[in-house]
Design a protein around this ligand. Structure first.
Ligand SMILES: [Zn+2]
Length: 398
């Protein structure tokens, strides 16, 4: 009961107590008991009185902003970014620090500890009111929060989730992929901050779309909503890591484009691109695609023209499917394929105009993502906050 009352107050904002009974459909005395317990435990606060109506003004109840907080921790290749948001999802503070030379899990944990404690103390938040932590790391992570591999940190099978949960004493979510966090950060403080609804279309190592409506991300029944990367767009096409053939990701992701570039003869590529593509040290896909796109003349007969028009069309198809499915106000194009690559962004936008139904009357805003890595931690913290409000049961007793 208590958590239900808290959830409703969070949703409605400052609310008189008698409204709660209407919303929850329980007796006033039951609601009153829950409200008294929540006031005593510091989850609810009195937030003034309702003004203009006839009769006695009612005391308004609101969620106590300091009732809890959520942390986002982004462990990048050489830096640590940590952000803290309050119970209402507002950013309290954030910090970035270079990782020390020792990148083992215990050493990184000590650095996290130190920075997180500093943030909590600056924000005046009690460590025991840390209600959720999201940690992101660039690598493969299993369902138990174990980092299976993270090349940049040299981690193999490191139990990041359990270690963090023990230190922080709260629920911890570990993610190896960025799109969910990027979408949350774009909605909260990035390119979609003024939009009621947005689709974040991510094209980098993978391809996916996330839908956010009024700050709420659609996750789906199995957290797979928006996994467009594995929709088959070329039956019988190139093999995909998922085991299928011709998935969107297998033809238009960063690695797929690099693979297509590798298959072209050197004579068909600009010298600077050949150097990157044949680099035995493994040049990052983002750099290769960016360089190839800048060098592309756009002339008919240029092998790059065929390669990039195919990739552009497939990316636009993916984004158009997302727009058709979710009908957003704003479409944010993010991920390394679009970063610092205005050419590709414009090409996809132009292709979209021809693919999206009722383009002229829809008023869809297609914008470049603004989230930089520091903001991913903020997005992670905001995401944890949202997940808490979707189901506060278990944390709020009663
Ligand atoms: Zn696939």
């Amino acid at each position: 009961m208590d958590w239900q009352v808290l959830q409703v107050v969070h949703r409605l904002g400052a609310t008189p107590q008698h409204k709660l009974a209407e919303h929850i459909g329980r007796q006033r005395s039951t609601i009153n008991g829950a409200v008294q317990r929540l006031l005593a435990s510091g989850w609810l606060a009195r937030a003034g009185r309702s003004g203009t109506g006839r009769g006695r003004p009612a005391i308004l109840l609101a969620v106590e902003r300091d009732a809890g907080c959520f942390a986002g921790i982004d462990i990048a290749a050489s830096e640590l970014h940590i952000a803290l948001v309050g119970a209402d999802g507002a950013l309290l503070d954030d910090v970035s620090a270079p990782l020390g030379d020792d990148r083992t899990l215990p050493a990184v944990m000590d650095q996290i500890d130190l920075n997180l404690r500093g943030l909590l103390s600056r924000a005046g938040a009690r460590p025991d009111r840390l209600l959720g932590v999201w940690a992101g790391v660039g690598g493969a992570v299993d369902h138990h929060g174990v980092v299976v591999t993270c090349a940049s940190l040299g981690w193999h099978n490191e139990p990041l989730g359990d270690t963090l949960a023990n230190r922080c004493g709260c629920k911890v979510l570990v993610q190896g992929s960025a799109p969910v966090m990027n979408a949350a950060a774009e909605a909260l403080m990035g390119a979609g901050r003024d939009a009621e609804s947005l689709v974040y279309f991510h094209a980098g190592r993978g391809i996916s779309a996330r839908f956010v409506q009024r700050g709420q991300q659609l996750a789906g029944a199995t957290q797979r909503a928006g996994e467009l990367g594995h929709v088959v767009v070329e039956p019988g096409g190139p093999a995909c890591a998922c085991g299928n053939r011709g998935c969107l990701e297998a033809v238009a992701s960063g690695p797929a484009i690099v693979e297509s570039l590798r298959r072209l003869p050197d004579s068909g590529l600009p010298a600077s691109v050949v150097k990157l593509v044949r680099d035995s040290n493994g040049c990052p896909a983002s750099k290769i695609v960016g360089a190839a796109h800048r060098e592309w003349s756009g002339e008919v007969g240029d092998p790059l023209t065929e390669l990039f028009s195919r990739a552009t069309n497939h990316l636009a198809m993916g984004a158009a499917m997302a727009v058709a499915a979710y009908d957003p106000q704003v479409l944010v194009l993010g991920g390394y394929l679009f970063e610092n690559n205005v050419g590709l962004l414009d090409a996809v936008r132009a292709a979209l105009e021809k693919m999206v139904l009722d383009w002229d009357t829809r008023g869809l805003d297609v914008v470049e993502g603004e989230v930089i890595s520091q903001n991913r931690a903020v997005g992670g913290a905001a995401e944890m906050c949202q997940r808490f409000w979707a189901n506060p049961r278990g944390v709020v007793v009663g």
